[in-house]
Design a protein. Structure first.
Length: 291
């Protein structure tokens, strides 16, 4: 269970909170059914949001999906697009692989789990689709970009943003739906930028201590202000304000009408993103005297 795109329940109705949890359960259940029960613990909050967005774009192909949580004695049924759910499953599995590979490259973490996942035949078969997924190809290009010493912070952010933009546009082709590809690309790209910057912001002190790569190190004039924690907070705050404003402008163009699903999406990308930022920022305030 990981991710930066989470709901802020104080600003949602109870039925909307329940709806979000059912989407999360649907993804978790699908992971258990198709990959194995161990992988249910790797369900992503970020991909849960993607699933809700993808399901909103699906019109007439929804089916009733029965959910049963092994941790809680409860059952739920949700009307959901099987195509949106399957595509989100692929994105979640690939995200798990990418995260573990990244950790392993940085400091040889999760070596055993990394080996199990990369050698899992079920996962290989699931990811071996007939359709060429542009986001998989562009993730490899991002890894090359990140390791290039001459590449700037903006280059890294745009490279990972392009990956997420392709996740959203690939879904349109995968599901054969009618949607504005440009708007979907820009939505995915800005969400990807937010996740990337938040991840770098969250990991900054650990990466600094363990001498691992962090995109913040590539910010302009970083060497001149790397001991000024408040400068880091100020720069990240500025970037996230631009990104979240972009996201809301795009959302209003994609989703003209309103329903409980869209309220959840707006909650996560509005209140939820800033609540998570505030939680991470508290670490910086505590570290001010230690740095």
């Amino acid at each position: 269970m990981y991710g930066y795109l989470r709901i802020y329940s104080d600003e949602l109705k109870l039925k909307q909170i329940r709806l979000y949890r059912m989407y999360y359960c649907a993804l978790c259940t699908k992971l258990g059914e198709q990959v194995g029960i161990m992988y249910r613990f790797m369900t992503s909050y970020d991909i849960t949001l993607f699933l809700i967005i993808f399901d909103c774009l699906a019109k007439n192909d929804k089916i009733s999906y029965s959910l049963k949580c092994p941790m809680k004695k409860m059952k739920n049924d949700i009307e959901i697009s099987p195509i949106a759910l399957q595509y989100s499953l692929l994105a979640c599995i690939y995200g798990i692989q990418a995260k573990l590979n990244d950790d392993y490259i940085d400091e040889t973490k999760h070596k055993f789990i990394n080996r199990i996942i990369n050698n899992n035949k079920t996962i290989k078969n699931l990811l071996d689709t007939d359709m060429v997924l542009k986001w998989k190809e562009n993730m490899e290009k991002y890894y090359v970009c990140e390791k290039n010493e001459n590449v700037s912070f903006d280059d890294c952010v745009n490279a990972i943003g392009h990956v997420y933009g392709c996740i959203f546009t690939d879904y349109i082709d995968y599901a054969h739906i009618d949607a504005d590809k440009n708007m979907m690309y820009m939505l995915g790209k800005n969400i990807g930028k937010y996740i990337y910057i938040m991840d770098a912001y969250d990991d900054y002190f650990d990466d600094l201590k363990k001498k691992r790569f962090n995109p913040i190190f590539k910010m302009q004039n970083y060497e001149e202000w790397n001991k000024d924690i408040q400068e880091i907070v100020k720069r990240v705050d500025f970037l996230l304000n631009i990104i979240t404003n972009n996201i809301f402008d795009i959302l209003h163009n994609i989703f003209i009408t309103n329903n409980d699903q869209i309220e959840v999406i707006k909650n996560v990308l509005g209140f939820g993103t800033w609540k998570k930022y505030e939680i991470v920022t508290k670490k910086y305030n505590k570290k001010t005297d230690e740095f």
